[in-house]
Design a protein around this ligand. Structure first.
Ligand SMILES: Cc1cc2nc3c(=O)[nH]c(=O)nc-3n(C[C@H](O)[C@H](O)[C@H](O)COP(=O)(O)O)c2cc1C
Length: 243
């Protein structure tokens, strides 16, 4: 171990850095039962999440959306820069404008921009350029990533940070008994214009949020098995991965 009291001046010492934050005791979350039981319970909840494209217009309170957004805001982020903004829209006129602009982009995508391969990959999902859910769902959450902090500072690992925050937001939506769809009308620049967002905010994803329609259906999809998505060590471990 180098002796920190007598070390030669380092690059860090010569820089005028802000002071380190104080350390406080960690308020560790302890689930009920064992961690294995809690992990399984959470899986059983999350395994029921589906992307839903048929929404009810039943209202969802602003407070519900606020709790969901707060959860998105608990995500980790590179150097704690929190490079996200969640723009929540429930104004019918604004939703209508977003739908019209999104459908224009989607028509361009399905008719011109998408490769044949992409269209073939989408065909089983039955999606097209019509997006009525953008008006029917009571809320749209548009996730923006910040290319700079609000005061012009650097952000780090922006895509990773906002991707993680969006995942946590989606799990919070699901956990609240609501549904969403990860929607990516491409390109999404129109969202900055329609919503009047500043230049340093870049649209990332659009999430309609609400209750499913009474007769909502979802494509019958299979998820990859644990064996397909998990590798323990170099893949030649014993059965329980501990040997
Ligand atoms: C980054 C991303 C973009 C997506 N974009 C769209 C989209 O524009 N339109 C759509 O109908 N579904 C979109 N989806 C939803 C996927 O089709 C869906 O997640 C996938 O079929 C698996 O279904 P599940 O979410 O019900 O498990 C997107 C998903 C992700 C993660």
């Amino acid at each position: 171990m180098p002796d920190s009291s007598s070390h030669s001046p380092s690059r860090l010492d010569s820089m005028n850095l802000p002071p380190e934050l104080p350390q406080v005791p960690h308020d560790w979350y302890r689930p009920e039962g064992t961690s294995e039981e809690a992990a399984r319970r959470y899986f059983e909840v999350m395994d029921r999440r589906r992307s839903v494209r048929f929404f009810s217009d039943k209202p969802v309170s602003r407070e519900t959306i606020e709790w969901i957004v707060r959860t998105g805001g608990t995500a980790p982020s590179g150097a704690h820069k929190q490079p996200w903004r969640f723009v929540c829209v429930n104004d019918p006129a604004l939703k209508k404008e977003i739908r019209a602009a999104a459908e224009a982009e989607e028509r361009e995508f399905y008719e011109r921009r998408a490769t044949e391969k992409w269209l073939a990959d989408l065909a089983p999902l039955g999606t097209d350029s019509n997006k009525p859910f953008l008006e029917i769902a009571p809320w749209l959450i548009i996730v923006f990533q910040l290319a700079k902090t609000d005061d012009g500072g650097m952000v780090y690992y922006r895509e990773e940070s906002v991707g993680i925050a969006t995942g946590m937001l989606i799990s919070a939506i699901h956990h609240a008994g609501l549904v969403t769809l990860t929607h990516t009308p491409s390109p999404m620049k129109f969202l900055s214009q329609v919503l009047g967002r500043p230049d340093h905010e870049r649209p990332f994803l659009l999430l309609p949020v609400g209750y499913p329609a009474d007769d909502a259906t979802v494509p019958q999809l299979a998820r990859k098995t644990l064996e397909e998505i998990m590798v323990v060590n170099r893949g030649d471990a014993g059965e329980d991965g501990t040997r």
